[in-house]
Design a protein around this ligand. Structure first.
Ligand SMILES: C[S@@+](CC[C@H](N)C(=O)[O-])C[C@H]1O[C@@H](n2cnc3c(N)ncnc32)[C@H](O)[C@@H]1O
Ligand code: SF4
Ligand code: SF4
Length: 386
């Protein structure tokens, strides 16, 4: 699909909402920054501080809720593509939010599959969680997003929209392309100030989109939005029905050098003040990871973060969605055994650089780190870059 990158990228430049109208350092002014700072403070920092006063209790600060496993796209690296299973019921979803509230968690991130396969469901649930004071993250491939949905989810109080875009024009097996969502992306950014949410590009670095990573990063910077990067990883669990496993665009020896260089470039951009979810430590860890030099690390999944599956059952992380172990559910409570998990992580963590769990670990190392995370939500790197 993609051929000459740069010529197409300049065609892409917005005519309806030119990025030049937005300032890089203060895109929406102090009111917007203050709102995001205080929302992040209430939903991330306070629950974390409270959890430290109750060391024996299970007090996750971040939970992912799988509302649907089904998806409208077919990313070859993802085990969710093309699934046809019933989604979570609204009753289970609201019970999950209530349970999270009962354990002091205030950050609800949808996960899937593609949440927007049921847009009305997501709008209703966001309204429900926001009224209870949750910071609601919406990750989406954006294809089903339209202006009416953006206004509805904005009114419902979504706090962050994590727009997954891997390429400018797309490749075989890498269908999340900016060209497919151009006008709705621009509308999403244009409406940020009105509704007070943050927008991120979420970019999975694979063997096919290495050059696109740079272009999407510059594009995000032009539009004044943040970026979040993952290294494309083969699944930890072998799924029987995952027929694209051989063709998942995993990074091989052939691409390691180019990916290494692109990560160096991202580190430079981070140091120049480009707003990135990833800490510098995470970007540096990516370099070791692709060279297979990444040791076991202290992932806090099943402790400070968790996932809730379609049926309300728990697991520590997405990577272990398909595991058969009983980790509890929203009705019977958690059954995470921290000693056992610590042991399991010695085996899985050298093969997994989970972006969200790495950030959870990084930003809970001390109060200054935690404050830095909150500051990032206010969009200014006023405590310095990460
Ligand atoms: C599973 S998707 C679900 C939400 C939505 N459909 C989307 O694409 O963002 C969430 C994130 O997981 C990432 N992801 C999926 N499979 C992955 C893999 N094998 N390695 C790294 N990241 C992966 C996607 O790129 C996406 O950013
Ligand atoms: S990464 Fe997201 S968009 Fe792609 S197949 Fe998986 S769930 Fe769908
Ligand atoms: S390292 Fe953490 S996030 Fe990754 S598979 Fe293991 S428990 Fe899950």
């Amino acid at each position: 699909m993609a051929t000459s990158q740069t010529s197409r990228f300049s065609d892409y430049r917005s005519k309806r909402y030119p990025p030049a109208q937005r300032s890089q350092t203060d895109p929406h002014g102090k009111g917007y920054q203050l709102k995001n700072f205080s929302r992040a403070y209430r939903s991330w920092l306070l629950p974390y501080i409270k959890s430290r006063f109750r060391p024996g209790a299970f007090r996750p600060i971040l939970s992912f809720l799988f509302t649907d496993i089904n998806c409208n796209l077919n990313c070859h690296y993802c085990y969710s593509k093309g699934k046809k299973v019933p989604g979570m019921t609204m009753e289970t979803a609201k019970d999950a939010v209530d349970w999270l509230q009962s354990v002091g968690c205030k950050v609800l991130a949808y996960m899937g599959g593609e949440p927007l396969v049921r847009k009305a469901f997501i709008i209703e649930l966001t309204r429900y969680a926001e009224e209870k004071g949750f910071f609601v993250y919406l990750p989406t491939n954006g294809i089903l997003m339209d202006e009416a949905f953006i206004d509805e989810i904005g009114k419902a109080g979504v706090a962050a929209v994590n727009l997954a875009v891997d390429a400018v024009d797309g490749y075989k097996g890498i269908p999340k392309a900016l060209c497919r969502i151009k006008s709705n992306f621009e509308y999403l950014v244009q409406q940020e100030k009105k509704y007070g949410y943050l927008t991120f590009f979420n970019i999975n670095i694979t063997q096919k989109n290495i050059e696109d990573v740079k272009v999407l990063t510059e594009k995000a910077h032009e539009y004044g939005i943040a970026t979040d990067y993952h290294i494309n990883e083969p699944p930890i669990i072998k799924y029987d029905n995952y027929e694209d496993f051989q063709d998942g665009a995993w990074i091989t020896e052939k691409e390691v050098q180019a990916v290494d260089e692109v990560i160096d470039w991202l580190i430079e951009k981070n140091q120049q003040g480009y707003t990135m979810v990833n800490s510098l430590d995470h970007l540096r860890a990516m370099k070791r990871f692709i060279h297979h030099q990444w040791p076991p690390w202290s992932c806090r999944a099943g402790e400070l973060s968790m996932i809730i599956r379609l049926d309300g059952s728990f697991a520590p992380c997405f990577e272990l969605y398909g595991a058969e172990e009983n980790w509890g559910n929203i009705y019977d409570g958690p059954k995470f055994d921290s000693l056992k998990l610590r042991h399991q992580k010695k085996a899985c963590s050298p093969h997994c650089l989970s972006t969200c769990n790495f950030q959870v670990n990084h930003y809970t190392r001390g109060m200054l780190y935690s404050l830095q995370w909150v500051a990032k939500h206010a969009y200014g790197s006023f405590l310095g870059t990460s």
